[in-house]
Design a protein around this ligand. Structure first.
Ligand SMILES: C[S@@+](CC[C@H](N)C(=O)[O-])C[C@H]1O[C@@H](n2cnc3c(N)ncnc32)[C@H](O)[C@@H]1O
Ligand code: SF4
Length: 416
């Protein structure tokens, strides 16, 4: 499995050097010069734990959650204190289940706003159980403009495969109508055993008919360290399903605003990933800057301890070579299905074609991308292979890293 990602990485970065993560951390994060900076905050608590889920989370208790949020506020002050106020594109809360800290969200947003002007809104991931008029109003009053609801599937069959409860679709629609948001996104998982185009189509139709203006359709990933027994559909069936659902969404006039998201309204966007640079706060949160990528510890206890010592809770840091940073840039930008040569040149000070002209030529010949005036757009075939490669990447890199970090708060180092 990792041979594919190793060879691709070596070819694209022109070195046999792996991405080497070391147990080291900087006391200050040099984000002041970064344009297009996104912010992410992780709230790692859930009422019950889903067997298929790889994210960093622990069972919720009010006491632990409050202690965690106290540390989170301190981490924001540690990172941004004493620096000039900075523009940030967006702030996303992910988890876990961030709404379990709904009563503290305003306090967190107010603290972030001391240091950052957020220009494109604030998003929060929700569990369907959180979608009540009361919780939604608390979020709205705190300044939240976008929500993303983890539906997974509206159908009993898949809910039981995933071990999730049924979603009360009428209550969901009524709550969403009572408290509107600029973006209401719903998450679905595809490529589950025996899932058909009709199954997915009916989920997407139900989403748009019941308050969503945006959907995310994630391919199911069978992480090695989860206890889930569910295995994903084979490649051929997965491709047919992805092509059929993409064509369906495009025929309906929904805009594809990233590799796996579609929106029915122009203003609807939900993506915490497609940023040139981002700062992450909280357990497991990652930070991507011009020359480094770092990841916070996964342990809530060790996170709070580090913050108590007035130190950043970084577990691992990697420092990029220029080519490695370019690959990171292209990989994350490609999520939006478009790469602009002009933006690349602005970021790196060197033309995209000079660095990756050969690869782009091959990608065009293979029918993966088209070029129009310096904008490279992914074709449906390209999008499938991106999905396919991303699956390898997730299993070779993320699975390995998260598997270790769930067990060790501060590992010695990891080579990917
Ligand atoms: C943090 S959860 C969303 C919010 C909330 N905790 C919930 O479960 O409803 C983020 C999303 O990741 C996706 N996800 C989780 N595990 C996955 C897996 N193994 N493969 C693909 N997608 C997954 C799900 O669609 C889920 O809604
Ligand atoms: S899918 Fe959501 S609710 Fe389930 S464990 Fe993961 S973060 Fe928690």
């Amino acid at each position: 499995m990792s041979i594919i990602t190793d060879v691709t990485r070596m070819f694209l970065t022109r070195t046999t050097k792996p991405f080497s993560f070391k147990n080291e951390y900087d006391r200050t994060l040099p984000y002041e010069e970064c344009d297009n900076l996104g912010l992410y905050i992780h709230i790692p608590f859930c009422k019950s734990i889903c067997s298929f889920c790889p994210y960093c989370k622990v069972k919720y208790s009010k006491e632990l959650c409050d202690a965690y949020v106290d540390s989170l506020l301190k981490e924001i002050h540690l990172v941004a204190g004493g620096k000039e106020k900075k523009t940030a594109t967006s702030l996303y809360f992910g988890g876990g289940t961030p709404a379990l800290a709904a009563d503290r969200l305003k306090e967190i947003i107010d603290t972030v706003s001391l240091y950052f002007d957020i220009t494109e809104g604030i998003g929060v991931e929700l569990h369907p159980d959180n979608v009540t008029p009361c919780v939604l109003q608390v979020l709205k009053d705190a300044g939240v403009t976008k929500i993303s609801i983890g539906i997974q599937s509206f159908q009993k069959k898949f809910q039981s495969i995933l071990g999730r409860n049924t979603v009360d679709i009428d209550a969901l629609r009524q709550a969403l109508a009572a408290v509107p948001f600029e973006t209401v996104s719903m998450d679905f998982i595809f490529a589950l055993p025996s899932q058909t185009f009709e199954d997915l189509k009916s989920d997407i139709d139900a989403a748009f008919a019941n308050g969503a203006n945006h959907v995310a359709i994630y391919p199911f990933i069978d992480f090695t360290f989860t206890s889930s027994k569910v295995s994903a559909l084979p490649k051929k069936e997965k491709r047919a399903l992805l092509d059929a659902i993409t064509n369906y969404c495009l025929e309906k006039g929904y805009a594809r605003d990233s590799i796996w998201t579609f929106s029915s309204e122009k203003q609807a966007h939900y993506s915490s990933m497609t940023r040139d640079n981002f700062l992450g706060f909280g357990c497991s949160a990652t930070t991507l800057l011009k020359e480094q990528f770092k990841i916070n510890t996964f342990s809530v206890e060790e996170y709070c301890k580090r913050i108590e010592q007035k130190e950043l809770p970084t577990s691992l840091t990697t420092r990029f070579t220029l080519r490695q940073r370019m690959i990171y840039y292209l990989f994350w930008t490609a999520y939006s299905t478009r790469v602009r040569a002009e933006d690349f040149e602005k970021f790196f000070g060197v033309p995209l074609k000079k660095m990756y002209g050969f690869e782009l030529k091959i990608a065009k010949l293979a029918g993966f991308v088209t070029e129009d005036n310096g904008v490279f757009s992914m074709t449906p075939k390209g999008a499938f292979y991106y999905h396919y490669y991303e699956n390898f990447y997730t299993l070779a890199y993320i699975d390995k890293m998260w598997g270790i970090m769930r067990k060790e708060a501060f590992p010695e180092g990891i080579d990917l």
